[in-house]
Design a protein around this ligand. Sequence first.
Ligand code: SF4
Length: 376
Amino acid sequence: AAEDNELINLAKSKGAKGINIGGICCTANEILMRHGISIIGNFLNQEMAITTGAVEVMVVDVQCIMASLPEIAFCYHTKIITTSEKAKIPGAIHIQFTEEEALQKAKEIVKMAIENFEKRNKENVLIPQKISNLVAGFSYESIYYILGGRFRASYKPLNDNIINGRIRGIAGVVGCNNPKVSHDQIHIKLVSKLIENNVLVLQTGCSAIACAKAGFLDSVKGLDYAGKGLREVCEAVGIPPVIHMGSCVDNSRILLAATCVVKEGGLGDDISELPAAGAAPEWMSEKALSIGQYFVSSGVFVVFGVNWPTFGSKNLTKYLFEDIEKEVGGKWAYEPDPDKMADLILKHIDEKRKKLGIDKARERILYDMAMRRELE
Ligand code: SF4
């Protein structure tokens, strides 16, 4: 709808330069990957976006929406529009979304925004000018292509570089912002330490947006934050040290990428044998727990920050932190400090490397003919 010429002309007739759409939290990740629409920010940026005074309408769907939005919007000219039966908010306008009428409803909303533009108080508009570049939208399929091109599509370069130690391991760092901790800081500190220690980081969700703001997802500048080995590999392949794999409902892509690493060979026969771990350092949504559990059940060591919900039961906590590993290969851990969380992940990765026998650099020996004959 924002590309509709009629609506663009209507916007211009009201004095606007055009129609600008921006995304917030995981909706932002989705529309960035599918339509190349810029990200404004993650979960904790939603109220701040309204306070720029430059938002004519804010459209929300089902989850991760602050109920305070209409109240904040009341101080500005912004209209809040809910679109799902399941998530109506007092003070918001409701326009029910249906797949059959998607374009028509979108045009209705864009028109409402254009008509609201005249109410924008231009003297009170304050848009922060800080911009970060990022490369986004990797999938387990596109990694095949990036590593091996069309004719040699393969995970082999990744596996080889994990085996030779240039890449120490892989970490999936995902999940929300949590208002109980400083916005984005746990994500940034954790990921910064991991990439500095040559761990390739795969990301989704608001965590990916936090690290994009910090510059880690920039395929040029992001390399300055990476350790020597990881930098060499990323430079050769042309990727940032932190890989954006989608929204928080796309975590299965990270698991599929891990499966591809196992299938490629040389790093064990199961995800639980990989030098890999997962983390949701600022989690707050309940679904983070179910996502974490399917990672644990798939054999991954998963660390959560901020708080942990089972401390009321010693038995359950012991089961989740220790005993479950014997059953499924993965287990949970809790650590709110990002520095210590990174240490836990690095320790786990090093233990897995040791078990695989790739913990020590081996001298490369070139065999001459006599040495080869001796082998026979
Ligand atoms: S990562 Fe968490 S806060 Fe962000 S959109 Fe997903 S569930 Fe919501």
